[in-house]
Design a protein around this ligand. Sequence first.
Ligand SMILES: Nc1ncnc2c1ncn2[C@@H]1O[C@H](COP(=O)(O)OP(=O)(O)OP(=O)(O)O)[C@@H](O)[C@H]1O
Ligand SMILES: [Mg+2]
Length: 234
Amino acid sequence: MIDMDRVKTGIEGLDEMLEGGLPRSHAVAVLGSFGTGKTTFALQYIQQGLKEGEKGIFISLEEDQESVIANARSFGWELQPYIEQKKLSIVKLEPTDAKTTITRVKSELPEFIKSFGATRIVIDSVSLLNLLFDADHEKRSNLFALIQMIKRTGATCIMTAEVNDDNPNSSRDGLVEYASDGVIALRYEESKEKAEVQLTVRVMKMRRTTHSRRVKPYTISNKGIQVHAAAEAF
Ligand SMILES: Nc1ncnc2c1ncn2[C@@H]1O[C@H](COP(=O)(O)OP(=O)(O)OP(=O)(O)O)[C@@H](O)[C@H]1O
Ligand SMILES: [Mg+2]
C-alpha cells in the first residue's frame, strides 16, 4: 500500500477507521439526515486543523458567521481568535441569490483559497449549493468542476450532504457520492429492544486507501462527535 499523507478529522475513533485520517487533498462527502451531526463533523474537522496550525475556510449555505461561531462555541471551540488572525474564514453564501453565489463560487473562490492559504475546506451543505442549478446536467458538471478546482489547490475538503428520504445511503441529488473521493455516512438506527435512537457511522467509500467497513456507533456531546470504534453497533 502506498503510504498516504493523512489529515486528521479530529473525531476520535473515526481517524482509526480511516488508518489515521482522510487522505490529503481528498474531497469527502459526509452524508446524513437532519440532526445526525454533519455540521458538527465539519466544525470539528476545521477546529482540528486550526489546532494543528493549518488554515481553514468554512463555506456555509445555512448559517451565517455569527451562528457558526456560536455553534462551535457550544462545543468549546473558540473560532473568533482564528478569524482575527486570518487563520479561518467563514464565508456565507446565499442559496437564494443564485446569480451572485454562482459567480462567487466560480470566479472568486479558487483565488481566495490560494491567497488565504487554506488547507482545509468545508462546504455546509453541498445539497444547498446544488439547488442553485436547475438542470441535472448543470448540477453534475458544476459539482465536478468545483471538486476539481478545490483539489487542484491541494486542500482537503469536507462537503456535507443531505440524504434522500427513501435511501439513507444516497444523497438528495445522487451526485456527490460519485463526484467525491470518499463518502462517510451518518445514520439513525431505531432499536427495537431499547427505546432509543442510536447514531451510527460507516465509511462507504475512500479512494486509494483501505478503511474499516464496520458500522460503528457514535455520540454527540458538548465535546463534539466521538466514534466508539471498539464497540459494535449491532
Ligand atoms: N453543544 C452540543 N452539545 C451536545 N450535543 C449537541 C450540541 N450541539 C448539537 N448537539 C447535538 O447534535 C445534533 C445536531 O447536530 P448538527 O447540527 O451537527 O446536525 P446536522 O446534521 O448538521 O443537522 P441539519 O441537517 O439540520 O443541518 C443536535 O440535534 C444535538 O443532538
Ligand atoms: Mg447542519
